[in-house]
Design a protein around this ligand. Sequence first.
Ligand SMILES: *Cc1c(COP(=O)(O)O)cnc(C)c1O
Length: 353
Amino acid sequence: MEIQKLVRLNIRNLKPYSSARSEFVGTAAVMLDANENGHDLSGEGLNRYPGPLQHAVKARLSALKSVPAESIFTGNGSDEAIDLLFRIFCEPGHDEAVICPPTYGMYEVLAAIHRTPLKKVPLDAGFGLRPEAIFAAVTRRTKLLFLCSPNNPSGNLADPEAVALLLRKFPGIVVVDEAYIDFAEQKSWSLQLPEFPNLVVLQTLSKAWALAGARFGMAFASPQITGLFDKVKYPYNVNMLTQRKVLEALAEPEKTHAAVVNILAEKSRLREALLKFSFVKTVYPGDANFLLVKFEDARAVFEHLKRQSIVVRDRSGELHCGNCLRITIGTKSENVRMVEALAGFNGSLGLES
Ligand SMILES: *Cc1c(COP(=O)(O)O)cnc(C)c1O
């Protein structure tokens, strides 16, 4: 597949902004090139622009993820990478994208922002991919396919054979969103980049790495595609404070690993506790840090929890998710409070004293 042919013409022809800092490699003794304030008023070096290409962070990520640095794009959350995919590949009002509901809501929001017509090919009732239905939805204008594995909100991993088939036969970019991969047993698709030139894998430090507030996401793809990301992104898309915090976190992966082990143990405890309630119908098996739970009356449970100052995500309105709440696995004490609150649920709406 010729990736270049999928790229919007104006992006192919774009001469990107060349920042002062990206033209100079190394540290100069005197930096009078970027109209910064030479006085370091913060005392933390924030008077200088950050590195535009995040070389130190990428070097560390490359070692951790076993992906070459030139195959890594880093951005302001993985949401930035999703936004850039539309900007790079989808001519507004013309080129199409495919999503598989129920799935992460930002694909649809960003498609709407970019006026990208969206084809929705639902997952089957067991939340499995339907490759043949996806191929049937493809037109000459189809550029992007978003897969989410483990999927939000259903929590399950995508069938690897279905993903491999899609990677081989889909005539555009296949995005595999792995926001929750750190909680799953399966290996990342990023290890298969050499085999699939149309693959883009998204990951984030917002979930397992406990840095949602820092805003840092990654896309792994061929150097040709990461080059397109770099061409289109804001020059200084990851700020200096975030780059420092990310380097600190990446230096101690064992901390993240220990938290993941704890969360997975809490998940099985919570699943057992939930299954004891008569008003719980199904706890879906999931490979992420949340549980999708079907109740007799999800809205009543949601309101009950809210009155106890506990907030969960109501997914009842999503396809195949009738009466389902998505419950994040919290700390032990948070989970205990949630189960205690559920124990006080009597099925009535707003009547308990
Ligand atoms: C949470 C989440 C993201 C998030 O991303 P940021 O890196 O915080 O922007 C992306 N995809 C899915 C499926 C998510 O659930």
